[in-house]
Design a binder for this molecule. Structure first.
Ligand code: PLP
Length: 380
């Protein structure tokens, strides 16, 4: 039995047979498969440290673009564009060449609120309106007068809430639907007819590293870029320049070559396994193990009350006040099971666990055994 007087929590040793094979459960940067890192190392002298303007790297960018397009089942006329700066930079990018003057945002957590704030602050945008929901749920997106962009977040990484990707009924037929898919893309199915830009950073559901944004753009989004071409934009955030480079498998300035390589590894692996439907069912198996565990545990409960809004890729679990979630995460970390901490700004007694496709369902089940063990010792 754990004795608070003589032991410190850092001394708790989880029995080896409880531990997952891979202890990375962070929501981003997230687990990169060891096979992908090995494949990168095996390129030796032939890839890293070579020019991004030559065929070796351009071919890798082409594989990333065509692989993503295949994974998402993009219809003819859609293009996968990319540039530097991650999803955060894409919000600013969108503000110059996708939003005419009024964006409307579903806001239900940290990331969805940041895009709304960026448009609120942008002097070239007349109005950024929002429909809000308390963290732990999502709002219903309906059409509003004059909106030329609707901003959805398929999976709010900060709270573990997912929302359907659908064009709001009654929206202006010319309005664009932009979807932040950073922690969903590759782990949740989606119908491309419902979006105009499906954008992401690759260090979350797609198990690569940070630094890039990628966006699957519909013909309507591509036309909007031309329509707004006369507006001033900084070159590094200019979607017109990004598009011209992307279709040539280039970026405007130097990209992270390792990020592109690891992304290709993951996208091609997902395609080999059976594509998005396979990936989503794997994520549902892993997340389901955790939700079922939390439902059954007297000191734990899923944070997201409505099962339909529970994310298959980011699981948030509230703990009873008698167990300190910070301590639980600290003990797990000391045992090599890392990044189960809740989103810092949410301020709840909570753990947050990514069940992206790279995480194995077996490891998710092992994690429940670790949680049982640690909470059994810490509850007091
Ligand atoms: C992490 C995250 C972002 C920000 O990604 P960066 O690569 O840090 O810019 C945006 N949206 C969602 C949903 C995220 O999870």
């Amino acid at each position: 039995m754990f004795r608070a007087m003589t032991d410190t929590i850092a001394d708790i040793r989880i029995p080896l047979d409880h531990l997952p094979a891979d202890g990375r459960f962070g929501s981003g940067p997230s687990k990169v498969r060891v096979e992908a890192v090995r494949a990168l190392a095996e390129t030796g002298t032939t890839y890293m440290g070579t020019s991004h303007r030559q065929a070796t790297v351009k071919d890798m960018v082409a594989r990333a673009r065509s692989g993503l397009s295949q994974l998402l089942g993009l219809p003819d006329g859609y293009e996968v564009l990319l540039g530097n700066g991650g999803a955060t930079a894409f919000w600013d990018v969108a503000g110059f060449r996708l939003v005419r003057e009024h964006s409307h945002h579903a806001v239900f957590g940290e990331f969805s609120s940041k895009f709304a704030q960026a448009m609120e602050d942008a002097p070239q945008i007349r109005q950024a309106s929002t429909v809000d929901a308390e963290p732990g749920s999502h709002p219903r997106m309906t059409a509003v007068d004059g909106a030329d962009v609707y901003a959805l977040t398929q999976n709010e990484t900060s709270t573990g809430v997912c929302m359907p990707v659908a064009r709001p009924a009654g929206a202006d037929p010319d309005a664009l639907v932009l979807v932040d898919a950073t922690s969903a893309a590759g782990g949740m199915t989606v119908d491309p007819v419902e979006f105009d830009a499906y954008y992401l950073s690759p260090q979350k559901a797609l198990a690569s590293d940070g630094g890039l944004w990628l966006a699957a753009c519909s013909p309507r989004a591509l036309a909007r870029i031309d329509e707004l071409a006369a507006r001033w934009a900084p070159a590094s955030l200019d979607l017109l320049i990004a598009r011209d480079n992307s279709v040539k498998n280039q970026t405007y300035n130097t990209p992270a070559l390792a990020t592109i390589f690891l992304l290709v590894q993951q996208v091609e692996w997902l395609l080999d396994q059976g594509g998005l439907a396979w990936a989503e069912s794997r994520c549902r198996e892993s997340s389901g193990a955790l939700y079922t565990w939390a439902d059954a545990h007297e000191l734990a409960s899923p944070f997201v009350a409505d099962p339909a809004m529970r994310s298959p890729t980011v699981v948030t679990i509230d703990l009873d006040a008698s167990v300190d979630a910070t301590q639980v995460s600290a003990v797990l970390r000391a045992n090599g099971v890392v990044d189960t901490d809740s989103y810092r700004k949410l301020g709840r007694n909570q753990i947050r666990i990514a069940t992206f496709p790279a995480v194995t369902p077996d490891d998710a089940r092992q994690l429940t055994a670790c949680l049982d063990y640690v909470m059994g010792l810490l509850a007091g």
